[in-house]
Design a protein around this ligand. Structure first.
Ligand code: PMP
Length: 344
């Protein structure tokens, strides 16, 4: 006798349809209504599941990928994990060229997800044949029928969010969203989601979050590349030292910059005030909400959606480590409450 079992066929069916969660305590002193789109509910715990699945399925549709094909990318971060996960389920080989700066934990995690990881020297220039960009390009050209995801320059990155994140938010807010606030790295999330929402209602404001040390905000304002904007910073996944083709700058109304320190504290505050254990850039986008509120951006009728890109578990040795916070000098600031300081 056949039993009816309510089960997903595999974890890829769980990608997308992430929840919108009201921010209560952390937003209590702000004007307006604030909601987080919590992308950690994706099976790979980040928004990158969407682009990995979409780009790979597009390559299948167009006949580029066949059984046993290889997928190549250059990241040790969320995208690498998502591509490895999709590759396992679909039976592709996954090769990730990563920088030697990547933590051992990250490399172990990718290998445990079946990826073949090439660790490339971090201190060489991007056009050096040993750099992870060049290694990925070479592997892509050598492996017949392989697909190079190239998330910073792949327009399908925008399309993935245009077709999923945008419509989800429109439906979840019944069209009552007034502002979208999202961190910009490749720019795929804000561009695709923002483009969809603006098509539905051009009055919706699309606000990008950038890092101090990144060139995106200045480029948006001047359309010129200013090298002086670029210097090292700690937040991963936010901002960039080049202009990604996966960013549609015309969709974005403005950018706001946030600091490493305030973003880290705000992520920790999200855990403690909302019970949301989320990543560094979720802290960054919430920090941006506070700054936008202080600048008078919102009214009491504003319905603001902020994208929370990933889960906190990937930052245990960074923002959720008191030692790391202390090493960065993030506990030195006067506005950190005494209780959060540690004894060293
Ligand atoms: N936050 C995190 C943690 C990320 O990994 C990324 C992707 N680089 C982003 C935010 C930004 O998303 P996008 O690349 O779509 O702009």
């Amino acid at each position: 006798m056949e039993h009816k079992i309510n089960a997903y066929n595999n974890i890829l069916e769980l990608i997308g349809d992430t929840p919108l969660v009201k921010l209560n305590r952390i937003a209590a002193s702000l004007t307006g209504n604030f909601y987080a789109k919590v992308e950690a509910f994706n099976p790979g715990h980040s928004s990158k599941d969407r682009i990995a699945a979409y780009i790979i399925e597009e390559a299948e549709r167009t006949g580029i990928l066949a059984e046993g094909s290889t997928i190549v990318e250059t990241t040790s971060g969320n995208t690498g994990f998502s591509i490895a996960m999709v590759s396992i389920i679909k039976g592709y080989e996954c090769i990730l060229a990563v920088s030697s700066k990547s933590s051992k934990d990250k490399i172990d995690m990718l290998r445990s997800m079946g990826a073949k990881v090439y660790v490339c020297p971090a201190h060489v220039s991007a056009d050096d044949p040993r750099s992870y960009y060049e290694v990925a390009k070479r592997l892509h050209s050598e492996v017949k029928g392989s697909v190079y995801i190239n998330q910073y320059f792949n327009k399908l990155n925008i399309e993935a969010h245009y077709k999923s994140t945008g419509p989800e938010i429109w439906k979840q807010t019944n069209g009552n969203i007034t502002h979208l606030v999202a961190c910009s790295g490749t720019g795929g999330t804000i561009s695709g989601t923002g483009r969809y929402l603006k098509e539905k209602n051009p009055n919706i404001k699309i606000i990008g979050v950038d890092a101090f040390g990144s060139v995106l905000k200045k480029f948006h304002e001047t359309r010129e590349f200013d090298n002086d904007e670029i210097y090292p910073y700690r937040i991963e996944g936010l901002g960039k030292n080049l202009i990604p083709a996966a960013t549609d700058f015309d969709v974005i109304d403005k950018f706001i910059k946030v600091t490493d320190e305030e973003s880290a504290h705000t992520a920790r505050e999200l855990c403690k005030s909302e019970g949301l254990f989320v990543g560094y850039t979720s802290g960054a986008v919430t920090q941006a909400l506070k700054q936008l509120d202080a600048a008078g951006e919102f009214t009491k009728d504003s319905n603001v959606v902020a994208i929370f890109p990933d889960h906190g578990s990937r930052y245990m040795s960074k923002i959720y480590s008191d030692q790391w916070m202390n090493d960065q000098g993030f506990f030195d600031s006067k506005n950190v409450v005494e209780a959060e300081k540690i004894q060293v």
